[in-house]
Design a protein around this ligand. Structure first.
Ligand code: ADP
Ligand code: MG
Length: 693
């Protein structure tokens, strides 16, 4: 249960003065629905109103605060003309200018003959100083209030900075001092303020430097967030690991049969990973391991051999993929390999319904089938296993951390192997998986040819489309990827449809189309035709992004490549270069291309190393966007900025290790404060893994 001290911060933002239902809807999108979310909304710049020159000395275009006497009001003569109020001080005259003004309001704010404080941007118009729509106006008593530094916040339509600033102030008023969860010595060395002071000062920048990521206030807040993240992960992970596992070894017979039948030797990384997995499985603890390997690095074989280890031991194994296409493909790759064995894998996806599904479920529950391949729905549904020993979860980056780890706690004693093709930078790895054990497939299977990547403007699209003829004549199979449209799947599908028709007009029936809105069976039919070579060009939205394997495909064209994340482009490009023939990737970009966009496409041209691409992506875009915001499943931080706060992340990880060694159930005074920290960052679920304190 959330501690009482946090109750005020978790009230809806409508509890704040000035935030009604209409405003709260707009603001929620920007911040979140609770008062605490407003606190995390830090300013990105500021307006300094401390400059108080005379009218004569006020520089053009400057933001100034002036002390003036109101001379006379000149209401607008027609709707388009402005309302003017002329003012003066001992050095000269000036005009305050208002459009669409309410006369009665202005008369009250600026009574003739009285001295007023006005603050805003000034400019000279035909020699006369003007201030259009002052940001602030007030009486002499309010001078100190006006002559301040205003934080400037990220905004959204309908929410002004003034409103945002006031709302933040009101939110800050709701805070109280919280018990300290930081190690005092560490806090002292870092020279960090208390939590409440840190918040207050982060919201009141006085100079440029106060906005930097390395100010004590911002560092402290970032550290709090990272500490909560690392602590939560450690708690979940500890619980999973503590759960009794069982020692699974197997006699190696099935594995030997398969290895002998493989048309290739395993790479060193594959061998190493298998050893690590087998060692984990043999331990009486539960395995929780991540297998990280770039596209095409050969994870499937590792998965299969691991599954066989469990099956040899008389247990069941399940391989789960994020999409139907992938589940099917795993089935198609794996089934033929198993022909020399008594193992009959079975496929279960959301598409199996009614009697058929019932029959499959019975086979799983009776233990008749040992290897089950399916979509993630396998875990969500009430699928009963006779004796599940190993769960392999493929391409899990589309899922949230907690979801992922919670999967592990579903089956009893089940070992878990998570596979991801996303080359996650080390930094993010820690935030998404904590200290999960990791095996990496570093080298690609022998015989791969590098992909020739070219970058060109969309203006060349027609030329490219015609040029495909030559490639098709040589027997090439081609992926044509249509632009990503973040805002609308509908537009995305429409664009794909249009390109499909366009290419069909050139190449007739040998063009196919797949997109996310198609029925599963339709998609399969098109994919099958592409695999079989009945179509040469496959027009697709990003549904082909993950895992699809057609070794004969050697050409990939990506429209509006600049709209894709680098990791995504890398995934897409990974679809080609899988066979023995040389491959080409054409990245078409829309103009004008930003400097950042140029830099990113250049990286794609220069390297195929997924880890380099991921690190560069992080450097160029920041953590939030590295994997494409869509479905990325990586935690998004509100206060911590990666990579700027990378060293804090490492410190938080070490901190957590010590904390859990010294106070495993968070019972001490600091432990209690750390519980509050977890609730503060909405890691409520992880507190459930502690003995109640
Ligand atoms: P991914 O890691 O992207 O899932 P896959 O497991 O689909 O990669 O493997 C890609 C291709 O490489 C498959 O056709 C697979 O049979 C082949 N492959 C896997 N391991 C090796 C190896 N050691 N040598 C040669 N080819 C391999
Ligand atoms: Mg794969």
């Amino acid at each position: 249960m959330r501690p009482e001290i946090l109750f005020p911060l978790f009230r809806p933002i409508t509890a704040l003065a000035g935030v009604g239902p209409r405003i709260s809807k707009l603001m929620e999108k920007l911040t979140g629905e609770h008062i605490v979310d407003i606190l995390w909304h830090l300013p990105t710049s500021f307006v300094d109103r401390r400059f108080t020159p005379t009218i004569a000395d006020a520089p053009d275009h400057a933001i100034v605060t002036l002390e003036v006497t109101v001379a006379k009001h000149f209401p607008s003569r027609n709707r388009r003309a402005p309302y003017k109020v002329s003012c003066f001080d001992e050095t000269g005259h000036m005009d305050l200018v208002f459009f669409n003004a309410r006369a009665d309001y202005l008369k009250k704010q600026l009574p003739e003959g009285e001295t007023r404080i006005v603050s805003g941007t000034v400019e000279r118009f035909q020699g006369v100083l003007q201030m259009t729509h002052p940001d602030r106006m007030g009486s002499l008593d309010e001078k100190e209030d006006i002559q301040t530094v205003d934080p400037v916040y990220p905004l959204t339509a309908g929410v002004t900075n003034k409103l945002m600033g006031k709302t933040v102030q009101h939110a800050l008023e709701q805070t109280t001092a919280l018990p300290e969860w930081l190690n005092e010595a560490f806090k002292k060395v870092k020279n960090w303020p208390d939590w409440q002071d840190a918040l207050t000062s982060a919201h009141h920048p006085g100079c440029e430097e106060d906005l930097f990521a390395d100010t004590p206030a911002r560092e402290r807040l970032a550290y709090d967030e990272l500490l909560a993240n690392q602590l939560a992960l450690a708690l979940v992970r500890r619980t999973v690991r503590r759960a009794a596992g069982r020692s699974i070894t197997g006699n190696g017979s099935l594995r030997k049969t398969i290895r002998d039948a493989l048309p290739f030797d395993l790479t060193t990384s594959q061998e190493d990973s298998l050893k690590e997995i087998e060692t984990d499985m043999a331990e009486p603890l539960r395995m929780l391991r991540l297998l990280q390997g770039d596209v095409g690095s050969g994870k499937t074989v590792v998965a299969l051999l691991s599954a066989l280890t469990a099956i040899e031991a008389g247990l069941q194994a399940v391989i789960m993929a994020p999409t139907e296409i992938l589940a099917r493909q795993h089935m198609e790759t794996i089934a033929p390999l198993l022909t020399g064995t008594p193992i009959n894998p079975i496929l279960l996806t959301g598409r199996d319904k009614g009697k058929k599904r019932q029959a499959i479920l019975e086979q799983i529950a009776s233990g008749e089938v040992q290897l089950i391949i399916g979509t993630h729905a396998l875990f969500q549904d009430d699928v009963d296993f006779a004796n599940l020993g190993l769960a392999i979860i493929d391409e899990q980056h589309r899922f949230g951390v907690h979801q992922r780890l919670a999967l592990a706690s579903k089956g009893q004693h089940v070992d878990v192997l998570v596979m991801t093709a996303t080359p996650i930078p080390r930094t993010l790895m820690l935030t998404a998986y904590g200290d999960m054990d990791v095996s990496r497939l570093l080298e690609k299977p022998a015989g791969r040819k590098p992909v020739d990547t070219r970058v060109m403007p969309l203006a060349k699209l027609e030329e490219v489309a015609f040029g495909l003829k030559r490639m098709i004549d040589k027997g090439a199979r081609i992926y044509w990827v249509c632009p990503l449209v973040e805002e609308s799947d509908k537009i995305e599908v429409a664009a794909a449809q249009e390109r499909f028709e366009h290419l069909q007009s050139l190449y007739g029936a040998r063009v196919g189309l797949v997109h996310g809105k198609m029925k599963g069976t339709e998609k399969d039919a098109v994919m099958a035709a592409f695999v079989a070579g009945d179509i040469d060009i496959l027009v697709a939205t990003t549904v082909i992004e993950v895992g699809v394997n057609v070794p004969e495909a050697t050409v990939m064209i990506v429209e509006h490549a600049e709209r894709f994340g680098l990791a995504q482009l890398h995934q897409l490009r990974g679809r080609i270069g899988r066979g023995m023939d040389a491959s080409t990737c054409l990245l078409l970009y829309g103009t004008p291309l930003s400097e950042n966009g140029q830099a990113r496409l250049k990286i794609m041209r220069d390297t195929e190393d997924g880890f380099i691409i991921a690190e560069e992506d992080l450097r160029l875009r920041g953590a939030g966007e590295v994997l494409g915001t869509r479905q990325s499943g990586l935690p998004e931080f509100k206060l911590a900025q990666l990579p700027a706060h990378e060293d804090l992340l490492a410190a938080a990880r070490d901190d957590v290790k010590l904390i859990l060694e010294q106070d495993p159930e968070l019972q001490t005074e600091r432990g209690q404060a750390l519980r509050t920290l977890l609730y503060l960052f909405e890691e409520d679920a992880s507190v459930g893994y502690l003995r109640s304190g």
